[in-house]
Design a protein around this ligand. Structure first.
Ligand SMILES: CC(C)(COP(=O)(O)OP(=O)(O)OC[C@H]1O[C@@H](n2cnc3c(N)ncnc32)[C@H](O)[C@@H]1OP(=O)(O)O)[C@@H](O)C(=O)NCCC(=O)NCCS
Length: 278
């Protein structure tokens, strides 16, 4: 029978149990690989895959993940996340606070739609597996969401007519399809959603970066919540670059518009507390 102190030590060790990393004095192993063997031999993208999946990716898998991460790094100072990072820097915050503030703006509508988009693709995949045609499954899932008053995640863009990132990412999926577990199925689903949405709305609502990266994450077998996490990883690069550029430019308390540009006040005309009926 084990002594009480043994049981406690075992319980304590299990408190933060992990398959990711083991460390001992002078030794760091990631998923079993000594860190000194990984350094200089694998890229950052392969490291991300190893950390998330437990194994090293094939070169084709790594190239697709890398493409998705490269595509989403930045969308300029009018993207709320980037603007927030820059404004935060002019408020005297540290770079980590500026980055955290920006990342907190990445949600269902801005930057985080990849997660729901992949959930949509997965729902369509389930329907088609039960014998429903791809076009019918897409129509059903889109109508269900539109009837609930939702936008279809991963489609539409305030600025671009056609998002230049989406077509390029889908072309890369087509190049790899048929090997290393990439079937091209999620690409077909994404394209079917775009076609069905155009038919239902009577106008094109093109696939955006979140719709295209959701195709890639689906093809790579990544669970949908990771689509959002990976977008955050990617956009963090742009957020950091803009925060630093703002730091170098200087500026204090920059708001979303120059002070010379006023916002519109639509409330009550001037009134006085003495006139209030109370
Ligand atoms: C990105 C987004 C906010 C841009 O919106 P926008 O261009 O300002 O478009 P609006 O919301 O004003 O809609 C304009 C028209 O296009 C339609 N539309 C735009 N995106 C749509 C979408 N994703 N699903 C369904 N209809 C959409 C609207 O219904 C509206 O149609 P209407 O004229 O018949 O009313 C919007 O497309 C959206 O919410 N997309 C889903 C979320 C997403 O993918 N975000 C990541 C963006 S990179």
């Amino acid at each position: 029978m084990s002594k009480r102190s043994d049981i406690d030590a075992d319980k304590l060790a299990a408190w933060w149990r992990t398959d990711i990393i083991s460390i001992a004095p002078g030794q760091i192993r990631m998923r079993g690989y000594p860190i000194e063997e990984l350094i200089g031999r694998i890229g950052f993208c392969e490291m991300i895959w190893l950390m998330l999946r437990g194994e090293l990716p094939s070169p084709k898998q790594a190239s697709l993940l890398q493409a998705a991460l490269v595509a989403a790094v930045d969308h300029g100072p009018q993207a709320p996340s980037i603007a927030i990072a820059r404004m935060a820097m002019t408020c005297g915050l540290g770079i980590n606070n500026a980055m955290a503030s920006a990342i907190n703006a990445l949600g269902d509508v801005h930057g985080g739609a990849g997660q729901q988009c992949l959930e949509l693709y997965e729902a369509i995949a389930v329907l088609t597996a039960s014998g429903v045609s791809l076009s019918e499954a897409s129509r059903q899932e889109i109508e269900r969401r539109l009837d609930a008053g939702e936008h279809i995640p991963g489609f539409g863009h305030r600025f671009h007519g056609i998002d230049p990132r989406a077509g390029r990412l889908l072309a890369l999926v087509a190049e790899v399809a048929g090997s290393d577990g990439v079937t091209g199925r999620f690409k077909q689903i994404g394209e079917a959603v775009e076609a069905a949405l155009a038919q239902i709305k009577g106008k094109t609502v093109p696939m955006n970066i979140d719709g295209a990266t959701a195709v890639i994450y689906g093809e790579l077998g990544l669970p949908s919540p990771l689509a959002r996490g990976l977008f955050v990883l990617s956009r963090s690069v742009g957020i950091l670059a803009h925060a630093w550029e703002q730091h170098e430019q200087g500026g204090r308390i920059k708001g979303p518009m120059p002070p010379s540009v006023s916002y519109r006040y639509e409330g009550e005309a001037l009134r006085h507390i003495e006139e209030a009926n109370r």
